[in-house]
Design a protein around this ligand. Structure first.
Ligand code: ATP
Ligand code: MG
Length: 272
């Protein structure tokens, strides 16, 4: 099978996997602040990779650079063998990248199903506005989009909430709608920015199960998360950011033993 990925990555376990995403010496400055400072890492296709670090470490900024929501100051980002750091958000999305946001972004006045259908429409031939017109040629596609969007709501366990206005749903349910909308793009890479924030332990366990199910569907996951047990349980590899710089990159087992990482989370005294 031909693949469009740019190279191969040696896993700590010894097996090699195709590289889906590669960051090389990525910098992002906001005035004098180095929010992302010379960060390089690779994401293997089919893996779950986590980016962790204290508040303000640059994790969301990094996601904004990868997804094209912000321009890099310097460095390069390669996705599926293509340089994407000069491309627009919609161009990157159309290559097969989807994301959720740390601050949930759902549309007011739309049902949960409609929010997911918007994601799905961006892949359709008629597009969102074509889909809203009553043209016979678009009816069939519209029905297919509706049915497929329902499948994603069902996968997220919220099919019965399809007709409820999305912004009136409980916080965890809104997160699920956002994830369904991202999945509706049928991405190759899914960026999840704090998917378990604000969730209780049962909801967090469900998110963990879901992320593994997404990976099992063949979608590579890059995850920002503060819930360490979730990160340690499901990640293949972890990148640790501190003040914008990469402090460490390793397996969960090695990250938990890494003294520099322990220091930034627990402080100097506890790490001794
Ligand atoms: N648009 C912006 N303009 C100026 N500074 C910004 C901007 N976005 C982020 N920053 C700054 O960049 C740094 C990194 O912020 P970022 O949101 O990426 O951190 P984070 O690791 O996601 O933190 P958290 O865990 O709290 O979500 C912070 O000092 C933040 O104040
Ligand atoms: Mg953040």
């Amino acid at each position: 099978m031909r693949t469009a990925v740019s190279g191969h990555l040696e896993h700590p376990a010894g097996n090699t996997a195709a590289i889906l995403l590669e960051l090389q010496n990525v910098h992002k400055r906001f005035g004098g602040l180095h929010a992302v400072d010379d960060v390089s890492f690779k994401v293997a296709a089919g893996s779950i990779k986590a980016v962790i670090g204290p508040n303000g470490a640059g994790k969301t900024t990094l996601f904004n650079l990868i997804a094209g929501n912000l321009p890099v100051s310097s460095g390069s980002i390669t996705f599926l063998g293509r340089k994407i750091h000069t491309q627009k958000t919609h161009q990157i999305a159309s290559l097969g990248m989807a994301r959720t946001f740390q601050n949930i972004k759902l549309f007011h006045g739309m049902s949960a199903l409609e929010c997911v259908m918007v994601g799905r429409h961006t892949r359709s031939r008629s597009g969102f506005f074509g889909g809203m017109l009553s043209l016979p040629s678009t009816w069939k596609e519209e029905r297919a989009i509706r049915a497929r969007s329902m499948e994603f709501l069902d996968m997220l366990g919220i099919a019965e909430l399809a007709d409820v206005e999305a912004t009136s749903l409980a916080f965890g349910q809104q997160r699920a709608v956002e994830m369904a909308r991202a999945l509706a793009l049928e991405p190759k890479l899914l960026l999840l920015d704090e998917p378990a924030a604000g969730l209780n332990i049962y909801e967090t366990a469900e998110v963990a199960r879901l992320i593994c199910a997404i990976r099992d569907m063949g979608i590579t996951v890059l995850l920002v998360e503060h819930d360490m047990s979730l990160v340690m349980d499901i990640s293949d590899e972890i990148v640790v950011l501190s003040f914008g710089s990469k402090l460490a990159e390793d397996t969960p087992a090695n990250i938990q033993k890494n003294r520099d990482v322990i220091k930034i989370y627990l402080g100097e005294d506890e790490a001794v």
